[in-house]
Ligand binder design. Structure first.
Ligand code: FES
Length: 112
């Protein structure tokens, strides 16, 4: 696990459900807000093929890949809908008192 990296402020994130992509330690990480207002950080690339998950649809705690419809649990990274069978890496996300959003990249996908 690497050191926390400041990626943005909460003001720069979607105010409702949505996602942005940040470069953290050289890897593309999606920062997503779910319908409960919780923030998640996970690898932006779908584990099924090389497309951006940030462009997918978020429902509750899940994100659906726009290309073939795989769904991933944004907390664990585990796929819950085929065709993807491999998890995506999820990363630690914290927000400090000044609204700074920090991501700590984990080395591997959940369960890998
Ligand atoms: S590329 Fe994401 S499900 Fe196929």
């Amino acid at each position: 696990m690497s050191a926390p990296v400041r990626v943005c402020t909460v003001d720069e994130l979607p105010t409702s459900v949505g996602a942005v992509v940040a470069l953290v330690d050289g890897r593309k990480v999606t920062i997503a807000r779910d319908s409960q207002g919780r923030l998640h950080a996970f690898d932006d690339t779908c584990s099924h093929a090389n497309v951006s998950l940030a462009e997918g649809e978020i429902e509750n705690g899940f994100i659906e890949c726009w290309l073939h419809g795989s769904q991933f649990d944004m907390t664990t990274g585990r796929p819950v809908q085929l065709p993807a069978t491999q998890p995506i890496a999820v990363h630690d996300l914290t927000v400090d008192d000044d609204g700074g959003v920090y991501v700590t990249v984990n080395g591997s996908a959940a369960g890998a």
